[in-house]
Design a protein around this ligand. Structure first.
Ligand SMILES: *[C@@H]1O[C@H](CO)[C@@H](O)[C@H](O)[C@H]1NC(C)=O
Ligand SMILES: *[C@@H]1O[C@H](CO)[C@@H](O)[C@H](O)[C@H]1NC(C)=O
Ligand SMILES: *[C@@H]1O[C@H](CO)[C@@H](O)[C@H](O)[C@H]1NC(C)=O
Ligand SMILES: *[C@@H]1O[C@H](CO)[C@@H](O)[C@H](O)[C@H]1NC(C)=O
Ligand SMILES: *[C@@H]1O[C@H](CO)[C@@H](O)[C@H](O)[C@H]1NC(C)=O
Length: 668
C-alpha cells in the first residue's frame, strides 16, 4: 500500500518535471478579494492569515501584533528568465496599511524570490525581506519593492517612501512620497502597479482605487536575470516592530508574458525530447502496473463490469428500491436546472416528486470513473444501514449508463450554509461579524453535534461491518425539517470487516482539505481515527461558526486552521471566546460550550492514538464522562505516533489496527 502511494507520488513528480522541461509557462491570476478558501492558492508563512477579505501579511488585531514578520506568496512559481530572454509582467495590487502607533511600523514589500521561507529575525527594520545575516549578500536572492512607513536607520529613506531593493534592505533607488499625494500608512486603500519589461521596473501608485491616473513613483533600469533565479515566487512580505500597523493586501492581479523559445537550432530540443519519450514509456508501464494493482484490490467492485454491480446490489439484503430511469426523469422534470439542489460528490443533486413524496435524486456524472466506485459504495454501504442520523437511501437506478441514487428529501439543506452564511443568500461574510439571517441557535447546534456523533458511532461500532465515512464535513451534514442532523454523501465510504481488524484502513487519499488528519498526508490512509479527526474539526466549526481553514503543502503546517486557532485560545484559558459571535449570550452555558470545544480539540489531537473513540465522544456529550484532558499547547505532530502508555480496553483494537510497527517506536 505504501508502494502505491510512492508510485503515485513518483508519477506526479515525473509529470511535473516533464511539464517544466517542455513548457515555458505564463502566469495570470486575479484575486478581487481574498476569501478563506483562497489559501489553496497561497503559500502563507506562520504569521500571515486571510482575514476580513484581505491577506494580513503580519498578524491582525486578534492578538499581539508587535515584532512580527510574515510572507505570503502565490502558490506557483513564475518563469522570470531563460537563457538570454527575460520575461515581462504587470501586476496591480491594493494595499491597506493602518497604523497603530505614530508613525506605523515598519512596512510592506512586494517581493520576487525563489526561496519562500521567511528569514528568522526578519521583523522590525527588515520588513521580512532579509535578516542581519543575509542582508547585502547574493544568497538573499530577492527583489523587493518596499513601501516603508517608518525611517528605521540613517540609511533608510524617510517615513512614507517607496524603494527598489536588491538582496538588501537598502534601496538602489527610493523616493519620498510626500509630494505625490500618496500616504501609504494612512489606513486608506492605495493601488500600486508594478511593471517590468525591457529591463526596467516601474512602480505607479494612486490613492483612489485605481480610478484616477496612476503616478509614476520609481523606474530604475534593472536586469533581474543577473540577481534572481530563473523561477521565482511572487508575493508580499511585511513586518512590525514596537511600532505597529496592520499590513493588508486587499486585492491582487498579475499577468506575465510567455518567453517564446525560438532557438530551434539548439540541442536542447534533443535533450528534452529523448528523456521525455523514455519517461512516457516508463510512466505508461507504471500506470498499467498501478491499474492492475488497483483492480485487484477492488475485486468486489470492478469498475468496468456494470452487470456485476447490479447483481451485487440485487443480492444484498435490504437493498433499496430499484427505479426506472423514466420514473426518475419524470420526477425531476427532466433533470431541470430549476430543480437542482446542489453539486458535488461526483454528481448533481435534483429535487424530485415520487409518489407525491419529495425526494432528492443524485445523478452521478457520466465521465467520472470515480463515480462508479462511489455508486457501488453508496448503494451497498448505506443501502443496508439504518439510523436516524444517516440520510436514507431509498432507491437507485442504473440504466443507459446512467447511475442515479434516490434519497429522502432534506428540506433544510446542508449544515454549511447555516454556519458561515451562503453566497446565494446575499451574505458573503465568513467571519460571523455581521448578522446572518440563517443561523442556528445553541440548542440546535448541540443537537447537530450529538446527531453526527451518534451516526459515526453507529458506523464505527454499531453496525455489522465497520464503515469509515472518510468525508465528514459541514456540507455533507443534512438537516431535516426539525433541524435534526443526518450524515450523508457516502461516496467515499468504505466498509471494513470487523473480524479482520488489521485491514481496517483504506489506502486512497481522500477527503477534504481542512478536515484531514495530519497523518493522512504521510500514510495516505483513512482510519477510524481520521474520521474522528474530521468530526473534531466539524465540532469546532459548528461552535465557532468559522470555516475549517486549510492545510498547506508541508506535514504539520496548518494555515488559518481552526484547530490551531481554538487551541491557541485554549492555551490562553479563553476557549469560550471562540464561540460564534452570532450566538446570544444568554442562550449558552459556558461550561457546556467549553466541554464541547475541549472535546473537539481532543478529537483533533495530532497523535491519532490520543483521539477519543466515538463511544467516548458520545459519553462526554451525554454528560456521562468528562472530556479528555487536552494539553495547553497543541502537541507537535510526530510520526510514527507514540501509542499512549495505557488506554481503555475498548480502544485496543484501534491501536492494533494501525500500521506503526512497534520496533520502529522502540528504536527512537
Ligand atoms: C503591461 O501594461 C502595459 C501598459 O498597460 C502594456 O503595454 C503591456 O503589454 C502589459 N504587459 C503585460 C506583460 O501584460
Ligand atoms: C537569518 O535567517 C537565516 C535563515 O532563516 C538563519 O539561519 C540566520 O540565523 C538568521 N540570522 C539572524 C541574525 O537571525
Ligand atoms: C499619513 O497618514 C497618517 C494617518 O492619517 C498620519 O499620521 C501621517 O502623518 C501621514 N503621513 C504623511 C507623510 O502625511
Ligand atoms: C541581462 O543579463 C543577462 C545575464 O546577466 C544577459 O544575458 C542579458 O543580455 C542582459 N540583458 C540586457 C538587456 O542587458
Ligand atoms: C520603540 O522603542 C524605541 C527604543 O527602545 C523607543 O525610543 C520608542 O519610543 C518605542 N516606540 C513605541 C511606539 O513604543
Amino acid at each position: 500500500m505504501h508502494l502505491l502511494w510512492l508510485v503515485k507520488y513518483q508519477l506526479a513528480s515525473t509529470i511535473f518535471i516533464i511539464i517544466s522541461l517542455n513548457k515555458v509557462t505564463s502566469l495570470d491570476f486575479n484575486f478581487p478579494t481574498f476569501q478563506p478558501q483562497d489559501d489553496h492558492y497561497l503559500l502563507l508563512s506562520k504569521n500571515s492569515k486571510i482575514y476580513l477579505d484581505a491577506i494580513q501579511v503580519t498578524p491582525d488585531i486578534r492578538g499581539p501584533i508587535q515584532d512580527y514578520s510574515g510572507r505570503a506568496f502565490y502558490y506557483k512559481p513564475y518563469k522570470l528568465w531563460k537563457k538570454n530572454q527575460v520575461a515581462s509582467f504587470n501586476t496591480t495590487f491594493v494595499l491597506n496599511i493602518t497604523p497603530e502607533t505614530t508613525p506605523g511600523g515598519e512596512g510592506l514589500a512586494f517581493i520576487l524570490t525563489s526561496d519562500i521561507t521567511l528569514p528568522q529575525n526578519s521583523s522590525g527594520e527588515w520588513l521580512g525581506i532579509v535578516n542581519a545575516t543575509s542582508n547585502g549578500t547574493s544568497q538573499a536572492g530577492i527583489l523587493a519593492v518596499e513601501f516603508d512607513t517608518r525611517k528605521s536607520s540613517t540609511q533608510d529613506g524617510p517615513d512614507n517612501h517607496v524603494g527598489i531593493n536588491i538582496n538588501s534592505i537598502n534601496s538602489i533607488q527610493d523616493v519620498p512620497l510626500i509630494n505625490t499625494g500618496i500616504n501609504i500608512s494612512s489606513g486608506v486603500d492605495v493601488t500600486i502597479k508594478v511593471q517590468y519589461s525591457n529591463d526596467i521596473i516601474s512602480v505607479f501608485g494612486s490613492m483612489n482605487n485605481g480610478t484616477s491616473l496612476m503616478t509614476l513613483l520609481v523606474s530604475p533600469p534593472l536586469n533581474l536575470s543577473s540577481y534572481l533565479q530563473e523561477d521565482v515566487f511572487l508575493g508580499f512580505s511585511a513586518s512590525t516592530s514596537n511600532y505597529t500597523e496592520l499590513n493588508c493586501v486587499k486585492s491582487w492581479e498579475f499577468s506575465g508574458v510567455d518567453i517564446v523559445d525560438n532557438d530551434k537550432s539548439d540541442l536542447v530540443w534533443v535533450y528534452v525530447t529523448v528523456p521525455t519519450v523514455i519517461l512516457f514509456i516508463l510512466i505508461g508501464g507504471l500506470v498499467f502496473f498501478f491499474m492492475r494493482l488497483r483492480r485487484k484490490s477492488y475485486l468486489e467492485t470492478p469498475e468496468d463490469a456494470y452487470p456485476r454491480i447490479e447483481d451485487q446490489i440485487k443480492y444484498s439484503s435490504m437493498a433499496p428500491k430499484k427505479f426506472r430511469l423514466r420514473e426518475l426523469t419524470r420526477a425531476t422534470g427532466g433533470f431541470s436546472p430549476q430543480n437542482k439542489l446542489g453539486e458535488g460528490g461526483f454528481g448533481t443533486v435534483y429535487r424530485g416528486l415520487l409518489e407525491n413524496k419529495e425526494v432528492a435524486v443524485k445523478r452521478v456524472s457520466k465521465n467520472s470513473r470515480q463515480g462508479k466506485q462511489e455508486f457501488v459504495a453508496e448503494v451497498t454501504t448505506i443501502g443496508s444501514l439504518h439510523h436516524r442520523n444517516l440520510v436514507k437511501l431509498t432507491g437507485w437506478c442504473y440504466e443507459k449508463r446512467e447511475l442515479l441514487l434516490v434519497y429522502e428529501f432534506m428540506p433544510n439543506g446542508s449544515l454549511d450554509k447555516y454556519l458561515f452564511g451562503d453566497k446565494n443568500f446575499g451574505n458573503t461574510n465568513n467571519h460571523g461579524l455581521e448578522g446572518c439571517s440563517l443561523t442556528l441557535d445553541w440548542e440546535t447546534r448541540r443537537r447537530v453535534i450529538h446527531g453526527v456523533a451518534q451516526a459515526l458511532d453507529y458506523l464505527h461500532n454499531g453496525c455489522e461491518k465497520r464503515v469509515l465515512h472518510r468525508d465528514i464535513k459541514a456540507s455533507n451534514i443534512m438537516l431535516d425539517s426539525d433541524y435534526n442532523a443526518k450524515l450523508g454523501d457516502f461516496g467515499l465510504a468504505r466498509t471494513i470487516q470487523k473480524r479482520n481488524e488489521t485491514h481496517h484502513s483504506t489506502k486512497e487519499i481522500a477527503g477534504t482539505p481542512g478536515y484531514m488528519a495530519p497523518e493522512t498526508f504521510l500514510t495516505g490512509r483513512a482510519t477510524v481515527e481520521t474520521d474522528v479527526y474530521a468530526f473534531g474539526v466539524l465540532v469546532l466549526e459548528v461552535v465557532c461558526g468559522r470555516r475549517p481553514g486549510n492545510y498547506v503543502y508541508a506535514q504539520d503546517d496548518y494555515k488559518n486552521s481552526i484547530v490551531y486557532w481554538v487551541w491557541e485560545m485554549h492555551g490562553k484559558g479563553k476557549i469560550v471566546g471562540a464561540v460564534d459571535g452570532r450566538l446570544k449570550k444568554e442562550e449558552i452555558m459556558e461550561e457546556e460550550v467549553e466541554c464541547v470545544l475541549v472535546l473537539g480539540l481532543a478529537c483533533c489531537h495530532p497523535n491519532p492514538h490520543h483521539r477519543p473513540s466515538m463511544r467516548t465522544v458520545l459519553q462526554v456529550l451525554n454528560g456521562e464522562a468528562q472530556p479528555p484532558e487536552v494539553p495547553k499547547e497543541r502537541p507537535a505532530f510526530m510520526w510514527p505516533a507514540m501509542p499512549p502508555s495505557f488506554k481503555e480496553a475498548e480502544d485496543r483494537s484501534l491501536i492494533q489496527g494501525t500500521i506503526t510497527p512497534f520496533t520502529e517506536i522502540t528504536g527512537r
